[in-house]
Design a protein around this ligand. Sequence first.
Ligand SMILES: *Cc1c(COP(=O)(O)O)cnc(C)c1O
Length: 396
Amino acid sequence: MNTYARLPVAFVRGEGVWLWDEAGKKYLDALAGIAVNTLGHAHPKLTRALTGQIARVIHTSNLFRIPQQEAAADRIADVTGLDEVFFCNSGLEANEAAIKIARKYGHERGIAEPAIVVMEKAFHGRSLATLSASGSRKVQAGFEPLVQGFVRVPLNDLEAVERIAGHNRNVCAVMVEPIQGEGGINLSRLEYLRGLKQVCERNDWLFISDEVQCGLGRTGKWFVYQHAGFLPDVVPLAKGLGSGVPVGACVAGGRAKGVLKPGNHGSTFGGNPLAMTAVVTTIDTVKEEGLLANAARVGDAIRGGLAAALDRLAGVTEIRGMGLMIGIELDRPCGELVGQALAAGLVINVTADNVIRLLPPLVMSEAEGRMAVERLAPLVQAFLGRGAAAQAAAAH
Ligand SMILES: *Cc1c(COP(=O)(O)O)cnc(C)c1O
């Protein structure tokens, strides 16, 4: 189906942060398949682990014990600080599991119609429940009736949440992307996240931290809630978790521990030996190669380089981000920059119409980060310069 307006490029090979198209042209990958290729392309450790697993067994079933799944769950419990993991195959599935946990938790507390506080500009997926939780008319339009049970507030507005706590007895959870990805790299203030956690504590609500895009080391710590210094109850994961092998996980602890019981949820593919090998290898390699520190260091270098080149330019609204999750907001729609970057041998994305988004693999070096800036900055300067020239011409 024609659900994507695709660019006329096909990448056929990759190595590290580099991709090659059918014609043999080489590109610097500053997108990682939308925060997916944590270890870059064709990482030898991942290739070896996956090919070895394929030769043994790809899929059995959750009807049986799966040792690779137990190993992956141990790794995830270790890095998240939480207790339980449900494995699925995508971000929306991880969020569906989180929403089901919240509703069941609400029912167990005697709430007949449990509600979840969600944020404006949020993106949680494209299933009916997760598009209803998302704060984007573009995602929802045409698919009404929406799933009920979501109450929306602006991000970073703690008072709005306090007001809801004061009068809505149906609320049982808050669901937030601590850094909104699709919404335009919008950062939650860390004090806001801590305040939100306190509201959850006071009201016995679950804190659901959707780290599908911002989690798994991209910001310099495993998860953004670790920057804020507390533990959420539920953490949906996907994207970077398998370095390109489709896999999702809904991690639970605290008040959410033990809410889902045998028979409450399931997945045919979820947690199969191949996907679990990808999870184990991804987490182990991030540790072995010091990729958390690398993400922080290279992210700082990229944002520093972008600021030096673009900060004082008319038309650049803000350069923001954390680690290797970076947004450059312009004062106008700039989707055409994606094609111009490809022509210049750079893979980027534009989200929310006017935010250039960089989500490089965590293996990007500082030199490669500088190269990304060197390729991107002139394109942005020329793009904004053309706009200024057109405005001047129109004024005459
Ligand atoms: C991408 C994304 C999702 C949805 O993930 P899919 O794997 O596309 O279903 C959910 N939440 C966030 C924060 C995302 O960035």
